[in-house]
Design a protein around this ligand. Structure first.
Ligand code: WT7
Length: 635
């Protein structure tokens, strides 16, 4: 029996054992049987966990778009590759067959080449959720350019920082984008960013909203007329297995965002394999993941994973609450969706609305439902399982990260029995371990610890763009020889994993990964602010919300507290994006600090969560009285 598609629990255990005993044989076999290569690799894997060096499929030559598109043309040419469902339900859906996708990607690839983009160049893509986003990414991959997609909800400053970090030559954007009842003027935001991005030579603009935009001569061009003139066939660049495919930024607990670099062959093999198994994709199925392509979930499981399997993937431009709270369910009924993959935040926000929103629609096409991005709480799990999956669709809670490229821990539907709030078992090739603070491995079950992975898998990020040392320091130093995830986990009596949340200063708000330090840095730019500390507080829908403790420079300088709160949140919106706004702000006279100057966030977290006593040991604080003062004035 092939290990590409896992059929039973017994089969899973057999494949899993084989994958960890003989990883080279295991991955070599999958790579050989399921993809097309220009040239076979010489060695499946070489690695050094101390130095964070990974080479998968050494000297293999391929192009990922040949595998996503060309190789399906003979048998699946007329099958839908992409179904585009617009924000406005009255606008007709658009369908792209594999043949059409081939033409569209080729045209775009030819335009990029005409505009001077070469293999290895970085192209920044700042687009809403429209088909051109997927086509632009594939076109980059076709010619060997490295795409760096920036989520269209990010601000001008966040965009320019990301463009500059990897010195992109080109920006692909749109006049504007639709999001529910709102219109976002993307080109205008991009123009602001472009005033500070010397490396950008060309800007291509997709027409979506038709709003007026300013076009800078020489630099800016409308994309559609160029596409119309371009040839609908194209040669794919021959890529080495380890040549970069894309950069995707993720925020860390400190410093500027990290440009995670993913390379070609390992990423391809891993996303294809995991997509096939985790969603049990069958040839006539329609698969829908509601994430934005601007995040890793969209890269791996809207675009690459599905297309590598010849799947039909839905790209949805809108939001779950527009025109009303039944939109997801309406789209599932409309396109007869078979696999549905969304976030706990979306589930929680829909679960609080009337149940009729769900019940009005036929969801019987669904076979598998999935969750990703943050721990799914028990209530949300049951609501999703009962009302969407109708207790008959396995619910896969998939745990992974931007850095891991693909899902590492998840149930396999119809194979692994699911258990609410548990991501369950590691996928083949993945070796999770729990570690304690003293760097000892925690053996045995029913234990909690810091989650590490012991052996590399093909889609592990290769570096942080421009800063390999930071990559080593962040992920490979705390537990030498292991990849440290930054998450805590519990292993139950049968070996199932439950992810308990971040153990560092990253807070996940509505499924978005937010480091506290970068936000604190922004707040400090306000002229009245001396310093601040941000902690997470539980939030009914968002999972977590941000609570900021802010120390002002001099009292008296400011009069209007609400105005100051608005200004601070505006600063955050401008520099990072609205997702990082603070839910609550408390002005304090000082922060609880140790003698060495470290802020005791543990205490602030307890205060923000509403606890009144039991702050633990406060004797190491410079000023223990400050704790009581902050507690009294909690907002
Ligand atoms: C962090 C990574 C990878 C997809 C989107 C997020 C948290 C992700 C789960 C899950 C519990 C989860 C972790 C992880 N997370 N999936 N199923 N259960 N927590 O990617 O932005 O890189 O965030 O999201 O804390 O470390 P990301």
């Amino acid at each position: 029996m092939s290990s590409y598609s896992i059929q039973s629990l017994e089969h899973y255990f057999r494949v899993y054992r084989r994958s960890v005993r003989k990883p080279k044989k295991f991955w070599g076999r999958i790579a050989e049987d399921n993809f097309t290569w220009y040239q076979k690799w010489e060695k499946v894997v070489e690695f050094d966990m101390q130095e964070a060096r990974f080479t998968w499929f050494k000297n293999g030559k391929l192009n990922i778009t040949k595998n996503c598109i060309d190789r399906h043309l003979a048998n699946l040419g007329d099958k839908n590759a992409i179904i585009f469902e617009p924000n406005n339900p009255n606008e007709p859906a658009r369908h792209y067959t594999y043949n059409q996708l081939y033409s569209e990607v080729s045209r775009m690839a030819n335009v990029l080449r005409d505009q001077g983009v070469k293999k290895g160049d970085r192209v920044c893509i700042y687009l809403p959720m429209i088909p051109e986003l997927a086509i632009a990414m594939l076109a980059c991959a076709r010619i060997g350019a490295i795409h760096s997609v920036v989520f269209a909800g990010f601000s001008a400053q966040a965009l320019s920082a990301r463009i500059n970090d990897c010195t992109c030559r080109m920006l692909i954007t749109a006049d504007g984008g639709y999001r529910g009842s709102k219109k976002i003027s993307l080109k205008q935001i991009a123009d602001e960013a472009l005033s500070q991005t010397p490396s950008i030579e060309k800007v291509l603009v997709v027409k979506r909203t038709g709003e007026r935009v300013s076009m800078k001569e020489e630099r800016d061009q409308w994309l559609q007329p160029l596409l119309e003139q371009a040839a609908a066939a194209s040669k794919a660049e021959v890529m080495d297995a380890e040549e970069p495919l894309f950069i995707l930024y993720t925020s860390g607990s400190t410093g500027k965002p990290k440009g995670m670099l993913h390379t070609t062959a390992g990423y391809m093999v891993y996303t294809a394999y995991t997509f096939k198994n985790i969603f049990n994709y069958q040839q006539d199925d329609v698969y829908w993941c509601t994430a934005d392509i601007g995040w890793i979930t969209g890269h791996s499981y809207i675009l690459y994973g599905p297309l590598l399997n010849g799947a039909t993937t839905v790209i949805f431009e809108g939001i779950p609450s527009y025109p009303d709270y039944s939109r997801f369910w309406e789209v599932i009924q409309k396109h007869r969706v078979n696999q549905f993959y969304t976030s706990p935040t979306a589930i929680r926000s829909l679960a609080k609305e009337k149940i009729e929103y769900v019940q009005r629609f036929q969801l019987d096409s669904l076979k598998v439902i999935g969750s990703v991005g943050e721990p799914i709480n028990e209530e949300a799990w049951h609501w999703y399982n009962d009302h969407v999956g109708n207790k008959r669709c396995p619910l896969v809670d998939t745990w992974w990260q931007t850095e891991t490229g693909g899902i590492l821990i998840s149930a396999i539907p119809f194979v692994t029995p699911t258990k609410p709030t548990y991501a369950s078992l590691p996928l083949p090739g993945i070796r999770p371990v729990l570690m304690d603070e003293l760097r000892n491995e925690i053996t045995g079950n029913q234990k909690t610890g810091n989650l590490c992975i012991e052996f590399p898998w093909p889609a592990i990020a290769r570096t942080i763009w421009g800063d390999h040392q930071r990559y080593i320091d962040t992920y490979f130093s705390k537990y030498p020889g292991k990849y440290f995830t930054g998450d805590g986990a519990l292993r139950d009596e049968v070996g199932y994993y439950r992810i308990t949340g971040r153990v560092d200063d990253v807070i996940i708000v509505s499924g978005h990964n937010l480091g506290t330090a970068p936000i604190e840095d922004v707040i400090s730019e306000h002229p009245y602010v001396a310093e601040s500390a941000i902690v997470g507080i539980p939030h009914e829908i968002k999972g977590n919300a941000l609570y900021g403790f802010v120390v002002l420079k001099e009292t008296g300088l400011w009069r209007d507290r609400n105005n100051l709160i608005r200004e601070i949140n505006q600063l955050i919106t401008d520099q990072i994006g609205p997702i990082a706004k603070l839910e609550k702000i408390q002005f304090v006279n000082g922060l609880p600090k140790t003698r060495s100057g470290k802020i005791m966030r543990r205490i602030l977290r307890k205060i923000a969560e509403g606890e009144d006593s039991d702050f633990g040991d406060v004797t190491t604080l410079v000023d223990p009285d400050i704790v009581e003062e902050i507690r009294r004035e909690r907002v």
